[in-house]
Design a protein around this ligand. Structure first.
Ligand SMILES: Cc1ncc(C[n+]2csc(CCOP(=O)(O)OP(=O)(O)O)c2C)c(N)n1
Length: 629
């Protein structure tokens, strides 16, 4: 790899020289169907699993024969064929994903171990603490391998952590910690082999600290000036490959001829691999394929069987969708804070524990990031999940997992992400800045996610069922103020409402109102109270991908449009919709498009301030002005 780098055939390389015994020892000790989640220095994981070298070279050079169609670099790849899930650059999120993979094994009663790697630097990330804690609390069969190599990029251990050794941290999480000489492959192999056998019998996490040293720069271009020379001398004498070779020769297991033979064979294999890669054509960009690969194919709509419809509150429609989905999919798991015995902060999962058991209805520790990562891991290993944010506001603590892991995985390596994140959202209940926010616009900008936001009980049920059936990550927004305040007729059987389709709630000719969520109810109320305005009222229902066709059709018909949302105005979804209308309907417009949103402030607590913040009253004025324009 270093030669290729010098030849300019490779853009970046993170060398694992000095640390080979860890990747190779761990991978050799696991069974081939057990998942490994490596980091940027773990070449040995990929080679020991037997991935043909040409496929690795194609991955590293962005050729079609790699694992990501040229969409991601180096080890940022996954392959279910080889049971390897590569990293995203943020390092720590790997560990939550490992939890999910292990949980899927545990629930399916497969006696397997998952091994996840981290550097010592990444142990400073919150994801490390969250994931290790979840694994400890849930007895997940994960080996957390810390490669303690003295530096996190240029930062020495003394500036990264205060503990003497990482196994001391294991004590704090109530789990076993084992420390090995990471430069001794036999010690690594024997330890992991013994641990894995024991964990398969008695599932539990173990923290394995491998003491080692990084003999090259963080990546090749960054050099090693900050490392005292004597450390290279000391650790150079502990080179894991050289020492193992010497050991085998001293024991009479191999001789110099054998070493030469193996080296020649490997050289030949490398050259053959490179030849195949270099003969491969370069990737030719195709925009349609790029866009299509953002999402896994969604299943067909499930129509009602014509069962009775029953009047239900918004919240009860949500509960019913989840309950029926849990009966339909034995591999579906619900996770969230206080969702089991307590039934959830809003009681959406009341009674679920009794029907579906503790395995599938899981109270989580307070750790959004690890749990969302866990959802991805479950999906990779064949399970489905619904994750309840206690309040949509708390999604900030799991933001990275959503926008970088859930959203990008299918595009990067074709893995479906069968996760629904439930988001009890919105204001109007005088709950202040941290229990009232509208957060949908944060996710609207992220390709790879779907966002649904129902306004009526029937859609709440149908869209949640659709989100659960959909193999893509779906952010499901449910307005808290609607939970118990509105009711509607809902089919009793299981059905799905197509994601991506808006609904024309009212029809008229004077103007179009485009809105969603609580906005739909504000608009209905306004139209009821104002005589003489004949409006199309479009409930978007899905925000990503939003139904441009229905919106454009309505605006072309009426020639005037107001876009209303509860969210703050600047950067809200209304801006994007307005822009599209301006682009596509300009010749049809009889008035400038109007946007109506909340004040650009946090959501204030007192009811008077909150009413002033929300756009409900301003909407009526703007609506009248638009009608009169
Ligand atoms: C969240 C995040 N912050 C910063 C970085 C930049 N970065 C990449 S690797 C690295 C150091 C990692 O150190 P360590 O975990 O010890 O792994 P090592 O490279 O030593 O194997 C840093 C700071 C990153 N990738 N992700």
């Amino acid at each position: 790899m270093l030669v290729l780098l010098r030849q300019g055939k490779l853009s970046k390389w993170f060398s694992g020289i000095g640390q080979e015994a860890i990747s190779v020892g761990v991978t050799s000790a696991l069974q081939k169907e057990e998942y490994l989640l490596p980091m940027h220095r773990n070449l040995g994981v990929f080679t020991v699993r037997g991935i043909p070298l040409n496929r690795l070279f194609s991955q590293f050079t962005g050729k079609p024969g790699g694992f990501t169609k040229g969409r991601d670099r180096s080890f940022h790849m996954g392959t279910k064929e080889f049971h390897i899930v590569g990293m995203i650059s943020h390092l720590g999120p790997q560990m939550g994903v490992a939890d999910g993979i292990a949980l899927a094994d545990l629930l399916a009663k497969r006696a397997q171990v998952t091994a996840v790697f981290t550097g010592d630097g990444a142990t400073s990330e919150g994801d490390f603490h969250e994931s290790i804690n979840v694994a400890a609390v849930w007895n997940l069969p994960v080996i957390f391998i810390i490669e303690n190599n003295g530096y996190g990029l240029s930062t020495p251990s003394s500036e990264q952590f205060r503990c003497k050794q990482f196994i001391d941290k294991a004590i704090g999480y109530g789990m076993e910690g084992v420390k090995v000489d990471g430069n001794n492959i036999l010690e690594v192999y024997n330890t992991v082999d013994k641990l894995a056998r024991s964990i398969r019998e008695n599932p539990r996490p173990v923290l394995l600290e491998c003491v080692t040293f990084r003999m090259r720069g963080h990546e090749e271009a960054s050099g090693t000036k900050y490392v005292p020379q004597e450390l290279f001398e000391v650790w150079g004498r502990k080179d894991p490959v050289r020492n193992f070779e010497d050991f085998l020769i001293a024991e009479g297991v191999i001789d110099a001829d054998f070493v030469n033979l193996v080296r020649a064979e490997i050289k030949e294999e490398i050259e053959q691999g490179l030849e195949i890669t270099f003969a491969e054509k370069d990737i030719v960009p195709d925009t349609a394929t790029e866009l299509q690969d953002m999402y896994a194919a969604a299943p067909a709509v499930i129509h009602t069987t014509g069962s009775a419809t029953v009047e239900k509150r918004f919240l009860d429609a949500i509960t019913e969708a989840m309950q029926q989905a849990m009966r339909r999919h034995p591999n579906l798991v619900i996770m969230g804070q206080d969702i089991a015995e307590y039934g959830g902060a809003f009681k959406a999962t009341q009674g679920f524990l009794e029907e579906f058991g503790k395995g599938r209805v899981r109270n989580t520790p307070l750790c959004e990031s690890a749990i969302i990562g866990c959802g991805l891991g479950l999906s990779i290993n064949g399970a489905k999940s619904i994750i309840e944010m206690q309040f949509a506001d708390f999604v900030t603590c799991g933001f990275n997992q959503i926008v970088n892991n859930l959203a990008k995985t299918h595009y990067r390596w074709g893995q479906n992400v069968d996760v629904v994140v439930r988001m009890p959202t919105g204001a109007g209940v005088a709950a202040g800045p941290f229990h009232s926010q509208s957060t949908e616009a944060w996710f609207f900008h992220v390709p790879g996610l779907k966002i649904v936001y129902p306004a009526f009980p029937e859609d709440a049920k149908g869209l949640l069922a659709a989100a659960i059936e959909d193999p893509n990550p779906v952010m499901y927004f449910e307005h808290k103020a609607l939970y118990r305040s509105i009711s509607g007729m809902v089919p009793e059987d299981y059905f799905t409402t197509e994601i991506g389709k808006a609904k024309l709630v009212r029809e008229g000719n004077d103007l179009s109102i485009i809105t969603y969520g609580l906005g739909v109810h504000w608009a209905m109320e306004a139209l009821d109270n104002l005589s003489g305005i004949s409006a199309d009222l479009v409930d978007l229902r899905t925000l990503l991908p939003w139904d441009e066709v229905t919106v454009i059709q309505s605006v072309k018909k009426t020639g005037k449009v107001i876009i209303l949302h509860e969210d703050t105005l600047t950067g809200g979804i209304g801006g994007e919709i307005t822009a599209r209308i301006a682009e596509k309907c300009f010749p049809y417009l009889d008035a400038p498009p109007v946007r109506c949103g909340a004040l650009d402030t946090p959501v204030p607590m007192s009811a008077a301030l909150e009413n002033n913040f929300l756009p409900k009253e301003r909407f009526i004025q703007q609506l009248k002005q638009l009608a009169a324009y």
